[in-house]
Design a protein around this ligand. Sequence first.
Ligand SMILES: CC(C)(COP(=O)(O)OP(=O)(O)OC[C@H]1O[C@@H](n2cnc3c(N)ncnc32)[C@H](O)[C@@H]1OP(=O)(O)O)[C@@H](O)C(=O)NCCC(=O)NCCS
Length: 202
Amino acid sequence: MSETPERVLSRDGVELLVRPIEPADRDGLQRFVRGLSEEARYRRFMHSVTELTESELTRLTVLDHCDNEALIALDDAGELVGVARYFRLKDRREAAEVAVTVADEWQHRGVGTLLLRRLVVLAESHGIDHFTALCFATNADMLLLLRELDENIHRIGSGQGAVEVEVHLPVDAEHLISPTLSAVARAPELRGNPLRRDDEEE
Ligand SMILES: CC(C)(COP(=O)(O)OP(=O)(O)OC[C@H]1O[C@@H](n2cnc3c(N)ncnc32)[C@H](O)[C@@H]1OP(=O)(O)O)[C@@H](O)C(=O)NCCC(=O)NCCS
């Protein structure tokens, strides 16, 4: 995808604007985080957070768009409804940690999927071929989202209710991008247990 704003449709046909985050999105990002349910914030940050600090806002909005990238989706009022971001790992340049957050009222409408797929294309253009993610082991929504990228999602760490997982990015990610997600048929086999244990048989 290009890094210019792109008009896309949610799964239920609502138009959104998707573009990389900019420093000027600082206030919008804070409003977005404050507007999330407590549960969504807890799932994203894995501790109790009500709003972002000034330094977090800088870290999350002032990006080099190569080692660190974030795509945001905006509604017709210009309010942020979703963010997908990656931070390249310092000790493994071909891998990046990914996180996705969608406003509660926009969840299950394909926004996470459309942001993540576009983020994959950008990541690959910067030489990244793996995403890692840290989330609660019970976070089926996030694990399913990642499993859609790579059926062989695997666990690389766990502890205290959290898992760290890794996916290999699809080499042909461009073709996954469609402005109308409703046109994308989801494979039924992706709806099972999102996180197969490494020691389990295929
Ligand atoms: C994880 C999260 C980002 C997912 O975002 P989302 O916008 O709801 O994701 P999507 O709508 O793209 O996909 C989720 C659902 O839509 C379904 N879906 C997506 N595209 C579809 C399509 N084209 N056709 C049919 N179903 C589709 C998925 O199967 C899934 O449904 P299910 O949960 O019933 O299985 C969101 O739940 C969230 O923000 N959670 C809180 C923060 C968090 O936990 N972040 C992860 C931290 S790393």
